[in-house]
Design a binder for this molecule. Sequence first.
Ligand code: NAD
Length: 301
Amino acid sequence: MKTVAFFGLGNMGRGMVLNLLNSGYNVHVYDPIDENMQEAGARGATIFDKPEAAVLEADFVVSMLPSGTHVYSLLLGADNSEAIVDCASKETIFIDCSTIESETARAIGSELDSLGFAFCDAPVSGGVAGAAAGTLTFIVGGTEENVRTISPLLSAMGNNIFHAGSVGTGQIAKICNNLLLSILMAGTSEALQLAIDNGLDPTVVSNIMSKSSGNNWTLSHYNPCPGVMPNVPSSHNYEGGFMVNLMNKDLNLAMQTAELTCSQTPMGKLAQSLYKEHQQEGNGERDFSSIFEMYSNNTRP
Ligand code: NAD
């Protein structure tokens, strides 16, 4: 039985751990929040109060953390914190599933490589629901051999595994996707509200556009207008789903990446300013489709 040391039992990590356990992996967990550890422990994971101890017999180390700084300091140490890499065996493969800067992923990959360890960045798409259901999409950066080796493990947590290229490219593909998603959600909201302002029923116009050239995932699977679809956040006061705070985090990463390559992102900059304003208005913890309210609440009588 393979052993996975899993770090970060938050909204995403808790579902991923459960799916690893259900697939027969022996799972070691660590999270500074004791309640999160106890929950994983009750489901069959082995809990550790020190991160170094969790990696001692691990075949794989998986991290699912808030930011690149968290990932770097956990794996390689910083500010006098211990590095878990010092306790890992040379066969251990490190996989970071967090969404972080691609430069940080590359820096981690190259430091681990110089110490003789394999590393892949494997950010995910599919959200909290996908993590719980084991249907995540993994977008992986790493060598072909390493991606092949980790694929059975990722399959326990997801449906789709894509190899984007070398270490760091998983992060680039992931933020390109979310850049496009933010623009599509804002554009879909804009078009729907224009239709409503002109007396059209949003369900009727959504049906029309979903069979026309304006069709896109936000319109046909995640409609931002309340009442058009029953099982999406817009019909539940924008609760659950993918938080505006996280979309802003990803848009910041996208804009930083674009700056490094001098890429033109006028639509991305506009989307970023919209989501930032929306966040500042107190919507950070609501689903990102609540951007629709920036249009619907501003309609003049
Ligand atoms: P979260 O804040 O719910 O969970 C993060 C967890 O990491 C927390 O439990 C925290 O205590 C723990 N943690 C912090 N430092 C740690 C350390 N040194 N060792 C072990 N655990 C530590 O965040 P989340 O929503 O689960 O997201 C995790 C990552 O996944 C982020 O990078 C996010 O951008 C990405 N992501 C999230 C979603 C989503 O819908 N929530 C979707 C795709 C990708």
